[in-house]
Design a protein around this ligand. Structure first.
Ligand code: NAD
Ligand code: UFG
Length: 339
């Protein structure tokens, strides 16, 4: 089976490429490197010892994508090619709607024209919005997103559902990720944010490596056990394995299926800082700052459905997540710039 990874040079895409190649699948990566580097593709080849077909292209460029799909003939498309910075999406909403929605429609059109019938989509826990009880279950209503990024995910899920309703041969798997962290155990690939990291774990890793002076913890007055926010952190290789299961599932089923990919176990910001310090023997300087706009106090996944239907289960611990993050960061203090 051959899988086209749109945005496959990015953080989750590159780890998924390793997982798919190790399972004996063929991989085609299409990326415009707007938030990644071609070095990541070379590293995927190094880790797996396998060749990856890769193309530099914007997924919004229909003529080019059609050409690539005709040339490579994939059986399934995984769509990672989104812009994902929540704060930036508030400042640049049109850029976010254009990129995230247009890439989805372009892929669907190219699939229709080349007869590709399986689509796996990178969705997010953000679609549950602000009004649902926790833990989140796939059947809960979507909406009340707190930023344009979240709304793009909500809208793309709707577009994909409508597309599947109109074509009974189409199979769509919506994967709602919780908080992916960690890196491949080799330390050769990992998360390489541009500029100041928005997310917690890359920030901690950059404090550890000396690129940032200290972490600011956004709020310690939440109604949680230690006052800091709680999230469902999932190792990126467990997440990558979820994509392998989803691709296999999509090949044998039709219609839309939705799965949460999380561990079901929340940790607070302070627990993450302490776990990183303990796993790696490094002190992380931090101070408390005000709450960040749009942050919810806590949420985590009910991931029973993925376990029952996809036969998927996370295997990595918080210690693994902290150790593998540091292994990547210390070997690549400036990310992929090192080559
Ligand atoms: P990432 O930025 O590392 O990867 C996205 C990749 O897509 C990058 O390589 C980027 O260059 C590419 N890309 C973006 N727009 C493109 C375009 N128009 N044409 C070609 N390539 C394009 O992000 P990631 O963390 O790997 O996330 C992958 C997907 O998962 C995104 O859709 C993101 O919204 C979603 N997601 C991520 C998280 C997270 O915390 N990392 C959580 C939930 C959902
Ligand atoms: N945090 C800090 N300091 C920082 C960065 C983060 O205290 O420098 C805190 C945040 O306030 C939050 C927690 O760490 O309490 C986790 O924050 P992240 O930014 O790492 O992750 P979020 O839960 O805010 O966002 C993630 C993804 C989004 C997705 C969202 C909901 O990054 O793409 O989950 O699924 F939309």
């Amino acid at each position: 089976m051959k899988i086209l990874l749109a945005g496959g040079a990015g953080y989750i895409g590159s780890h998924t490429a390793v997982e798919l190649l190790n399972a004996g699948l063929e991989v085609v990566i299409v990326d415009n490197y707007c938030n990644s580097s071609p070095v990541a593709v070379k590293r995927v080849e190094e880790i797996t010892g396998k060749k990856v077909e890769s193309f530099e292209a914007d997924i919004k460029d229909k003529a080019k994508i059609l050409d690539i799909m005709k040339q490579t003939k994939p059986d399934c498309v995984i769509h990672f090619a989104g812009l994902k910075a929540v704060g930036e999406s508030v400042k640049l909403p049109i850029t976010y709607y254009r990129n995230n929605i247009d890439t989805t429609i372009t892929l669907l059109e190219c699939m229709a024209e080349t007869g590709v019938k399986s689509f796996v989509f990178s969705s997010s826990a953000t679609v549950y919005g602000e009004e649902n009880d926790i833990p989140y279950v796939e059947t809960m209503r979507r909406g009340s997103c707190s930023n344009p990024y979240g709304w793009t995910k909500y809208m793309m899920e709707q577009i994909l559902e409508d597309a599947a309703k109109a074509d009974d041969k189409l199979s769509v798997v919506l994967l709602r990720y919780f908080n992916p962290i960690g890196a491949h155990e080799s330390g050769k690939i990992g998360e390489d944010p541009q500029g100041i990291p928005n997310n917690l774990m890359p920030y901690i890793a950059q404090v550890a490596v000396g690129r940032r002076d200290h972490l600011t913890i956004f709020g310690n007055d939440y109604n949680t056990k230690d006052g800091t926010c709680r999230r469902d952190y999932i190792h990126v290789m467990d997440l990558a394995n979820g994509h392998l299961k989803a691709v296999e599932y999509a090949a044998g089923n039709k219609g839309v299926s939705v799965f949460n990919l999380g561990t079901g176990q929340p940790y607070s910001v302070l627990e993450i800082v302490n776990a990183f310090e303990k796993a790696n023997g490094i002190e992380i300087k931090y101070e408390f700052g005000p709450r960040r706009d749009g942050d919810l106090p806590e949420f985590w996944a009910n991931a029973d459905k993925a376990e029952k239907i996809l036969n998927w289960k996370t295997t990595k611990t918080l210690e693994d997540m902290c150790r593998d993050t540091w292994n990547w960061q210390k070997n690549n203090p400036k990310g992929y710039e090192t080559e």
